[in-house]
Design a protein around this ligand. Sequence first.
Ligand code: SF4
Length: 139
Amino acid sequence: MPESVVLGVRSGQDGSVVYLADPVPASEVLGDVPEGIEPRRILRFASHCASDCVNRRGSDCTLVERVLARPVAREDGSVPRCHLRTRCQWWTQTGVAACLRCPAVSTLHRADDTLAELVADPATTKEQLDDWIAARSGR
Ligand code: SF4
C-alpha cells in the first residue's frame, strides 16, 4: 500500500524484528533492496487497516487474536521500542500482549513455518492453534 512504512528489519537466525528508531516510508526503502530479494523477507511493513480486510471483525482485528496464541518473542519479556504504538490497532486491542509477540511476526513467512501459516489464516480457530502448540511442546 502506498502509505506503508518499514517498521523494522528482520535479523538474526530466527528473523526477529529489530525495530527502527523511526518508521520509514516504504517508498523510500524499496529501491535499496537488492534485486532478487523479496522485501517482505527482510523488512517488516506496517500499514493502515483496510475496511475490507479478511481479518476484520467489526472494529477488531482477528489476526492479533491468533498472534496472541504464539509464545512471547523475547525471553527477557522486554517490549519493543516501537513508534507506531499510539496508532497501533494491536496495541489498542490487546495492550502489551501483542507487543511481546510482535517481533516474531513477519510480513512474509517461510513456507515451512506452519505456526506462522496457521496464525495468518483467518479460518484458524484459537482451539486449533492451542492444539498445534500443545502438540509441539509435548503437552
Ligand atoms: S504490536 Fe506493539 S510492537 Fe507491534 S506494531 Fe503494535 S505497538 Fe508496535
